[in-house]
Design a protein around this ligand. Structure first.
Ligand code: ADP
Ligand code: MG
Length: 358
């Protein structure tokens, strides 16, 4: 029951405004793909075009080898779960789950079997006689997912389904949706603005920005090898630090970059010309306080966050550039201290002036 999805140069235009500016993408049968990006980048629009809820301005949507641009939503074999749940308030949970099947002409016995099966998967059987207003947010979201399951779609679409839940329930539902995917094996496309959801749930992440795909890859591909500064800054928490740097001896097999007053020897060449300006990116967890690696700078600690298992230092360098440092465990460091910061040069990401990784 798992389908492949191919997008070929898909465009969406509202008036003169291109919201989706040419997206190419291949999704394999059974993959869990997450579209992630900041609010307004076009995630919902792209999902709604796949669902058949928005007209596709240009390009092709191909599902299981068939062009579906002009096939109505109800005939695509796709079910969508919305952030708002969109349950019928006057119907019981059972009726909410059954309604779509009944209107599609399924026999009562088949409807009952599918509803009970979905209720078991989602552990909501005791709730079948309740109305939505008698349910918690998490239970309502389960019913909304159940309504998708009973249709036995070849593709599930989720549009920020967990945004209305509190933090603890979000973590729990994240696991449940991942389990649902393992159990059903269906193709699922999940939209979120939350990079943690993307990292924890996805087989494959698609990072969107201003209507374009910035990068496609596994969570660790994106973390380890971001293709550009946007992806580098979007994936990972706390965010990657970006510092001004200058390229030295680029022609050798190992380039050197100058950052603040230090020279950092990379173990690899960097394309570019002598003296050209660069940005070096270093994740907070790849900086350490004064032992090992290469010296980066002395920094002034402005703020300390003790998280128990981790200590975050918000610091500034002598030239005013900000640097966030994540240290393991609990550290006895107070605001106002000046500390030496070191790094592992193999963990440095180098970006050219156009933002692309070098
Ligand atoms: P996201 O889901 O990533 O937050 P959307 O896909 O909802 O973003 O919207 C992308 C862009 O398209 C936004 O700038 C939004 O204002 C615009 N947009 C969405 N729907 C319409 C519409 N019906 N008419 C005009 N512009 C729209
Ligand atoms: Mg949206």
């Amino acid at each position: 029951m798992a389908a492949s999805v191919v997008l070929q140069n898909v465009v969406k235009r509202y008036g003169a405004f291109d919201v989706i500016r040419g997206v190419d993408l291949v999704i394999q049968p059974g993959e869990f793909v997450v579209f992630v990006g900041p609010s307004g980048c076009g995630k919902s629009t792209l999902l709604r075009m796949i669902a058949g809820l928005e007209h596709i301005t240009g390009g092709a949507l191909v599902i299981d080898g068939e062009r579906l641009n002009d096939v109505p939503a109800a005939k695509r074999g796709i079910a969508m779960v919305f952030q708002s749940y969109a349950l019928y308030p006057h119907m019981t949970v059972y009726k909410n789950l059954a309604f779509g099947l009944e209107t599609a002409g399924f026999k009562n016995a088949e409807v009952k079997e599918r509803v009970e099966q979905a209720a078991d998967i989602l552990q909501i059987r005791p709730l079948l006689d309740r109305k939505p207003k008698q349910l918690s947010g998490g239970q309502r979201q389960r019913v909304a997912i159940g309504r998708a399951i009973v249709r036995e779609p070849r593709i599930f679409l989720f549009d920020e389904p967990l945004s209305n839940l509190d933090a603890e329930l979000r973590v729990q539902m994240r696991l449940e949706i991942a389990n649902l995917h393992h159990g059903l094996g269906s193709t699922m496309i999940y939209v979120t603005h939350d990079q943690v959801e993307a990292m924890t749930m996805a087989d494959k992440i698609v990072v969107l920005h201003a209507g374009l795909v910035e990068q496609v890859g596994t969570p660790l591909d994106l973390y380890n090898n971001p293709a550009n500064r946007f992806v580098a800054g979007f994936i990972g928490s706390p965010k990657m630090n970006f510092l001004n740097a200058t390229l030295r001896n680029p022609t050798g097999s190992a380039a050197t970059i100058n950052v603040a007053d230090e020279a950092i020897h990379l173990s690899r060449p960097v394309g570019g010309s002598e003296g050209s300006p660069l940005t070096v990116g270093v994740r907070p967890e790849h900086l350490f306080a004064g032992v090992g690696g290469t010296r980066l700078a002395d920094v002034r600690v402005e703020l300390v966050e003790q998280l128990g298992g981790e200590t975050l230092l918000y610091t500034t360098m002598a030239d005013g550039q900000a640097l966030t440092i994540s240290l393991g465990g609990q550290q006895n460091i107070a605001p106002g201290c000046v500390i030496p910061v070191h790094l592992d040069p193999t963990r440095c990401h180098i970006f050219g002036e156009d933002g692309r990784a070098l």
